[in-house]
Design a protein. Structure first.
Length: 338
């Protein structure tokens, strides 16, 4: 088992429409709600805020959904400390050269607070509905590998070292990235996905971070596979951070925890989604419980190799963020780097 090598970091996936999580209101009021939640997260001491990159909600495709990278730019101006990430940008939705340019610009706007998360894309219905092709997984991973090469080459370019690239899917012809990213050598690159043969091999070659989900045992197994890929390419695995993304349900006592879990389950069952019907399965793959229980689960994930936690809070209208900040972040504060 690969144990965590650094103090844990904690981020919050902001509400932005993916899970029918915006208030019924005018669009400008919905954005104000998103911005206010980001400021709330920042004030409470979390390390980062995150969007998932989709074009429509998972439940009702006609519902409101704020575009990820437009929001990154707005949050760069609205916040002052938290890092800004996506878990993860869908490679199909923007040419990688344009994405590299967008990321460099927002890194400057945020004074070096951007993380770039990038994945091959998985939501077939969304791709087709919005006019993007959805080829076989092999082709999508081929494109992801090339996209990573294009982005890193552009970020490293300069007046005396223009970037060129000729691939099966993307090309560059002697272009220079200006402005370059503020962070050196570049913004952290999170490569999303846990495919054991090609995606984790790509992480081993180029990733600064990877992201897993599910129970701690799954994280441990994926971390071991990543270690084998790192050994094969001669890279020190400690250079790569391991993160976990999942749901958080936290309350002061068992009764309130059970009530919140039940509300979540009923909410999704009413929409025809049954993945939360299994109470034990839901709890095994997420952070659910009282503060003591949640801290114990985090320690379990740390023993599995996890360095960072990207948290989806279901009950932002209650005090779950404040409780987590006081009873979880507060307990890790003496060992965290801030």
């Amino acid at each position: 088992m690969v144990s965590a090598r650094r103090p844990p970091g904690f981020g919050v996936c902001l509400p932005h429409g993916w899970r029918d999580d915006l208030p019924v209101a005018a669009p400008e009021q919905q954005w104000n709600f998103i911005r206010d939640q980001a400021l709330r997260v920042e004030t409470l001491g979390f390390d980062s805020v995150w969007f998932v990159d989709h074009l429509q909600p998972v439940v009702d495709p006609s519902g409101p959904y704020f575009e990820c990278w437009t929001a990154m730019a707005a949050l760069a101006a609205s916040t002052s400390r938290v890092r800004l990430g996506q878990m993860a940008t869908c490679n199909a939705y923007r040419p990688p050269a344009l994405l590299a340019k967008m990321a460099a610009s927002i890194d400057a706007m945020s004074d070096g607070r951007l993380d770039l998360g990038l994945g091959a894309g998985w939501f077939e219905a969304e791709h087709i509905a919005w006019g993007y092709d959805f080829p076989a997984a092999k082709v999508r991973i081929d494109r992801l590998e090339e996209a990573v090469a294009v982005i890193l080459r552009l970020w490293a370019s300069g007046p005396d070292a223009p970037a060129s690239y000729e691939g099966a899917h993307y090309r560059l012809d002697r272009v220079t990235m200006a402005p370059r990213p503020v962070q050196e050598p570049h913004p952290p690159l999170w490569i999303a996905g846990s495919g054991e043969r090609r995606t984790l091999a790509l992480v081993a070659r180029h990733g600064d971070w990877c992201n897993f989900n599910g129970p701690a045992a799954n994280v441990a197994r994926k971390a071991e596979i990543l270690a084998h890929h790192c050994h094969r390419v001669g890279r020190d695995q400690s250079e790569i951070g391991i993160s976990w993304k999942g749901d958080v349900v936290i309350a002061a006592d068992d009764r309130r925890v059970h009530a919140q879990v039940d509300r979540i389950r009923q909410r999704w069952l009413a929409r025809g989604i049954t993945q939360f019907a299994d109470d034990a399965g839901f709890r095994a793959g997420h952070l659910v419980g009282t503060p003591d229980e949640v801290r114990a689960r985090i320690a379990e994930y740390q023993r599995a190799g996890c360095d960072y936690f990207i948290c989806d809070f279901w009950n932002l209208d209650e005090d779950s963020l404040e409780l987590f900040a006081a009873e979880v972040l507060g307990r890790f504060a003496p060992t965290r780097s801030g």
